[in-house]
Design a protein around this ligand. Structure first.
Ligand SMILES: Nc1nc2c(ncn2[C@@H]2O[C@H](COP(=O)(O)OP(=O)(O)OP(=O)(O)O)[C@@H](O)[C@H]2O)c(=O)[nH]1
Ligand SMILES: [Mg+2]
Ligand SMILES: [Zn+2]
Length: 352
């Protein structure tokens, strides 16, 4: 039988996926038998040509050493997609998690997250948790409303184990990034999909929960039904960094209008121009107007600011806050992770 060992001893290179990165070490899972090498380094040749390695990358690993868990990444295969903040390669879809209540379903906030997700061009799966807290009638009402928006939400309950298996089917053989606001049950959902992960849940983020691991950490978790899942602190408070003129195309219901007809002006902003096919009495048109304004403000700032990465907190004329401050990244810890990190730091120091 071909195992990873005899493949490597015969000098054949191994193909794998980067699950996480700590310091200069990449944790790679091999495709041939799912075995893992937590301490892979990047070959000097890659550094010289400026080839970055990010989580989600498919890589060629050489010289695997199973005892120490080391290996050398010799090549990065072309990416099919690339998200930044957090940087993840080859993501297939975004799983947007909201709760039907507790915290209450905020339509504008949902629009904002949907927009951010749509702007990646990736497939968006919308799932609504805590469906155990509402009646069948209330569920139907939400369902109808979101279907008018162009979405078919999957109603789930982590508590009552409703539709978790159906959702898992959507995640098979894919790299999925989980996004959504705080408190909707993202960690609870990941725990129920992958019991071995054991993420912390129900935590209030804030100063107290900021431990020593202050760097933003992205990690891909393996799903039992094959596939990889990433929690994303970076997606928790999306700002509108898309171009205002692209905005309408990120609303499925507006997209439909644009496909059916066309506005008189090709650069129509769909606000007060004559002959506009988008302006109308669809529910989220108000959101479109709000978010358009916000996208314009954001673009203006980008042009003004030398450092576009800096935290934005802009107030509009009305005094309404337009950009919320970025949330502290929420940390989850696995028992093994701390010891793993200490080992890594130890090795890292040795190398220096
Ligand atoms: N009623 C109900 N409560 C749930 C369900 N799933 C999770 N919760 C509760 O919702 C709260 C928040 O859950 P978390 O999993 O920590 O939420 P999160 O989205 O990871 O939150 P952040 O880490 O702050 O982003 C916890 O108290 C959970 O016990 C559910 O299906 N029904
Ligand atoms: Mg969480
Ligand atoms: Zn128009």
């Amino acid at each position: 039988m071909m195992t990873a060992e005899n493949l490597s001893t015969s000098g054949i290179q191994l193909l794998g996926t980067v699950l996480s990165q700590q310091a200069n070490f990449y944790h790679v899972q091999l495709e041939v038998d799912s075995r893992e090498l937590p301490l892979c380094t990047r070959r000097t040749r890659l550094k010289k040509i400026g080839q970055q390695v990010i989580v989600g990358d498919r890589v060629v690993v050489e010289e695997p050493d199973w005892t120490s868990g080391r290996g050398a990444i010799a090549e990065v295969l072309p990416r099919t997609s690339e998200l930044d903040r957090p940087a993840i390669a080859n993501v297939n879809q975004i799983l947007l998690v909201f709760a039907v209540c507790d915290p209450p379903l905020d339509a504008l906030q949902l629009s904002r997250f949907l927009l951010k997700a749509e702007s990646t061009g990736l497939n968006v799966v919308l799932c609504l948790n805590k469906s155990d807290l509402i009646s069948a009638e209330e569920k139907e009402e939400i369902n109808q409303r979101l279907s008018d928006w162009g979405y078919q939400p999957i109603f789930i309950s982590v508590y009552k184990n409703i539709n978790i298996e159906q959702l898992a089917l959507h995640l098979q053989n894919k790299i999925t990034v989980v996004a959504g606001p705080s408190g909707v049950g993202k960690s609870s959902l990941i725990n129920s999909l992958i019991p071995s992960v054991n993420l912390r849940t129900g935590e209030v983020s804030g100063k107290l929960s900021r431990g020593r691991h202050t760097t933003r950490h992205v990690q891909l978790f393996e799903l039992p039904g094959l596939g990889l899942l990433a929690d994303t602190p970076g997606f928790n408070q999306p700002d509108l960094d898309c171009q205002p003129e692209e905005l309408a195309s990120y609303f499925p219901e507006a997209r439909k209008l644009l496909e059916a007809g066309s506005c008189r002006f090709s650069n129509c902003s769909h606000r007060d121009e004559p002959g506009c096919v988008v302006r109308g009495d669809w529910e989220r048109y108000e959101h479109y107007l709000d978010l358009f304004e916000e996208a314009v403000v954001h673009q203006t700032h980008l042009h003004e600011q030398a450092d576009p990465e800096s935290t934005l907190k802009v107030k509009s004329k009305k005094g309404k806050q337009q950009y919320e401050p970025k949330l502290e990244s929420k940390k989850y810890r696995q028992k093994s992770r701390r010891t793993q990190l200490q080992e890594l730091q130890h090795l890292y120091q040795e190398e220096e």
